[in-house]
Structure formats: C-alpha cells, structure tokens
Design a protein around this ligand. Structure first.
Ligand SMILES: [Zn+2]
Length: 499
C-alpha cells in the first residue's frame, strides 16, 4: 500500500475541502511519474458483526497514462444475466464550467464520439437501452450496463475518446440541436426549476434556461474542442467496471490493452489548475422566485451549506437526512426514490402547511444519499403546496426544524434512521443496473484513490453516529448555517423571472 496513490499524502489532501479532488488527480499523475502506477489498493476487511452495504471486493489502480481505474466484483442479480457496469467519469461538471452550458454540451460530444460507440451486448433481462451520459454539478458520467463478458471491450470503447476523438463533421451541429431540445423539455419541470433556482443562489452560475440555450447556440467548435482536450484526458478521468467479473482476469486484460495505447500528452498543470481554481461562486441573494404559467401551485426549495467530506459532521448529516425526511423504501425507478410525508419533518410541516410532497430535491441526477459528491455540496429540503408566500413558507420550515430539534431527535428515531439507511444502501447498491454502485465508486475514487474502500466500512460509520453527533450537525448546518430559499410557482401573468 505504501507506494499507492492512496497513501497518507492522498488522505491528507482530503482535509483540504475545496481543491481536494483535483489535487488527488494531479497527485495520481505524479504517482505515475514516480513508478507507483502498478499499485493496487485492496478493501479493508469488513467487520464480522455488521453486513457491509456492499460486500464485493474493490480494487483501484492507475495506468501509465494516469487513468484511475476502479474494479468491483458485485454479486449476481436473479433477474438479470451476468452483467457489468462500465462508466467513464470526469470531475468537470457544471460547477466548474466557465460558461453555463459548456459542461453539458461537451458531455454530448464526448459520449457520442464514434470511438465510444462500439458494438456490445446488453445482458439478458435488460432489454432497455440502458446506456447514457449525465452532467451533474460535480462530475460528468458516461456509462453502459453490458454483459459481463463484454465489459473490457466496452471499457476500452468508452474510454477510447480520452486518447483521441475522431468526430464526424456533423456531430457538433446535431448535438447542439439535441442539447437545445433537452433544455426545452427541462423548462417544464417545476421541481427541477426550484432546484435550479437554489443552485443559482449558491453558485450564481445557473442562469435561466433561455440564457443557457443562447450560450449553447453560440458555442464554436474550437471552444468545445479546447474544453474537451483539457478535461477529458486519461489523467483527469476515472474508469469504473463493476459487476459479475473476475477481478484478476479483468485487471490483467485491461492493463495489457491500456498499455498498448499510444501515449497522449496530458494537459499541463497550468491548464488543469485554471479549472481547479475556478471557485464555486457563492451568490449574494438569499431568495429567488421563478414562475411559469404552466406550473401548478408552489414548489418550495431550501438549500443549506453542507459539511465537507473531511468533516466529523459528514456521516452525521447523512444519518440526519434519513431521520428528518424518512422514506427511501421500495422504489420502481432509480430517479424516483421517495421521501416520507409522515417523517418527523413531514409531520411538523403538515401541522403548519398543507404540503402535498416532501422531497430531497435530488432525484437521481445526484447520488442519493450524497456520500460520493463533490465538496462543498448543499443539503436540500423541498415541498409543494397549493399556494403560499415565500417568506411564510420559509418561516414554517424554520419553525418545523426547531421543533424537530427540540422534540424528535430521540434514540428510537436515530436507530430507525440508521436501520432504514443501511437497508436502503444495501438494496440500492445492488440495483440490477449497478449504476448507483458505479456512481459511488467513481465519486469516491475521484476524491481519493482509497475512497472506494469506504463502502466496506460505511455500515460501521453509520452505526457509530450518536444522538449528540446528529444534534450538533443539525444545529450547525440546518438551524444556524448558510441557507438559501427559492420557489417555482404558477405565474399566469409572466411577472416573475422565467426558470
Ligand atoms: Zn444531455
């Protein structure tokens, strides 16, 4: 382990809340130069007393080009033939983009480059076209779930464009129109509009959909090419293969084939630094209202600055989230994981307001719960009401949170939350598509090569959270912390800003 890029130096970087993910990527590149590239980080032995949230073996290595690779052996799923998730991730999501729309458009060009679209087989039992890409605030992912025996071939195809992109002439124009069409559809989602409004209050680089459409229309091919060259490189990316695979065989095969690739000049540290150092912009405004004649009632969203990954409050907030909002039981779709109106916060809100929905604002566009997200993240509480004024809704939430703090943080509620959270993780990381597992492995590896091993001890970490931990995290971040509120409401007259 001593020569791994998952050494104490990497762990210490986790203390540095903002630049930590990129510093560890730069560190990975340095590790290559010092001959640490062949190192393997094995999972720590799980506790004999507690079932881990994910029981499979995980290993991480960095290839000669600086590509960080995470391999995980997942148990079989009875409804799907032997399958593997293959994903390529880069940390250049929307919170690092200089021009709003740049990250999303670049994702389309990367994921639709022909070298990424080799033939591959989907596993029996997964007839759907489960192959896609996503742009999030903290990373971009491009993934497929394929038959296990096609995993290495697919991984080479998906990562091939990190070395070279041979894009057809009409790809730029076609994807430009597709992104514009997607933005047009997104305008209709009221919950998404509320979430985007809160993002704007935190980061100030989330303009209206109309501005993002205009930006997307104005991008020049050279601008996108420059962005792709700087951000989609082996040394800035993580490749995940998780599934019913033989780790030794896949590693040997993959290493040999990656080694055979031509060397690619990596972006210089100056180029990477410019991206790393771009601050997540904190907006000045505390509240924001957006409206549309197509929306119904009011969708309220509150965002709280959440603890950084290295904080002692980090796991306590994840447990507190479960205690406050409840839910996360059986789900039909990954992007529709419901929280509970009869949770402690839901009940306290309902005594004040006729709320029809209580939500964490995450859907599946962000990992849920946020174990593997970039720092700093925001913690969100959303609810819908038929009518209301922003200041009254905000006051009702403040009062409801204070009541929960005073009366509902009991040992029984904490134990319930822990059980439900561990149960959720165990089901969710075993999802047939393996996408939650892949996203978690990549998100954790992006910040620290030893990060994926964190899944092995997550159950113990959750178990170790005390009532006092939960109380102090709630006080610091939800009662006294930095907080922004937004609503997306029905607006027949067009007075409010567009979402
Ligand atoms: Zn898209």
């Amino acid at each position: 382990m001593a020569d791994c890029d998952a050494t104490a130096a990497g762990a210490n970087l986790a203390m540095n809340r903002r630049a930590n993910s990129m510093k560890s990527l730069v560190f990975a590149a340095l590790a290559v130069a010092t001959g640490a590239a062949s190192c393997v980080a094995a999972s720590p032995a799980p506790s004999p007393d507690l079932d881990p949230v994910f029981a499979g073996d995980v290993r991480t290595f960095t290839d000669a080009s600086g590509l960080r690779v995470v391999l995980a052996a997942a148990p079989p799923n009875e409804s799907v033939a032997a399958r593997a998730f293959v994903g390529v991730y880069t940390p250049y999501g929307t919170d690092r983009e200089v021009t709003p729309g740049l990250a999303h458009f670049s994702e389309h060009l990367y994921s639709n480059t022909p070298s990424g679209l080799d033939d591959h087989r989907y596993p029996d039992g997964m007839e759907n076209f489960d192959s896609n890409a996503m742009t999030r605030p903290d990373y971009i992912s491009v993934w497929s779930t394929v038959s296990a025996d096609a995993a290495v071939q697919r991984a080479l195809g998906r990562s091939g464009a990190l070395w070279s992109r041979a894009a057809p002439d009409d790809l730029f124009a076609r994807q430009q129109q597709r992104v514009i069409d997607e933005l047009g559809r997104s305008i209709g989602s009221q919950s998404y509009a509320a979430r985007r409004a809160v993002d704007h209050l935190f980061y100030a680089n989330k303009p209206s959909f109309a501005v993002e459409v205009d930006n997307t229309r104005a991008f020049a091919a050279e601008e996108i090419d420059r962005h792709l060259d700087a951000t989609y490189a082996p040394s800035t990316s993580v490749l995940v293969i998780a599934g019913e695979i033989d780790l030794d065989a896949v590693e040997a095969d993959l290493r040999a084939k990656l080694d055979a690739r031509p060397k690619r000049s990596r972006p210089t540290s100056a180029e990477v630094g410019a991206w790393v150092d771009a601050p997540r912009m904190r907006g000045e405004a505390r509240t924001r209202e957006v409206g549309s004649p197509d929306f119904e009632g009011v969708w309220f969203a509150a965002g709280f600055a959440a603890p950084p990954r290295a904080s002692d409050d980090y796991i306590a907030m994840i447990v507190l989230d479960q205690l406050l909002l409840g839910g996360r039981g059986e789900y039909d779709e990954l992007w529709n994981i419901e929280r509970a109106l009869d949770s402690p916060l839901g009940r306290r809100l309902a005594t004040r307001l006729a709320i029809s929905t209580l939500d964490d604002g995450r859907g599946y566009s962000s990992a849920s719960p946020p174990l593997a997200e970039g720092d700093p993240a925001q913690f969100e509480i959303h609810f819908a009401v038929a009518d209301g004024v922003l200041s009254d809704l905000d006051a009702a939430l403040t009062a409801a949170l204070a009541e929960v703090y005073a009366e509902d943080l009991t040992a029984e509620a904490l134990n319930r939350a822990k059980l439900d959270l561990v149960d959720f993780y165990q089901r969710w990381l075993a999802d047939a598509s393996l996408r939650p597992l892949g996203d978690h492995l990549a998100g954790l590896a992006m910040h620290d090569a030893a990060g994926p091993a964190r899944l092995a001890t997550l159950h113990e970490d959750i178990e170790s959270v005390t009532l006092s931990d939960v109380r102090s995290a709630m006080k610091r971040y939800l009662l006294n912390g930095d907080r922004r509120v937004a609503v997306a409401r029905h607006d027949p007259t067009g007075v409010l800003p567009q979402p």
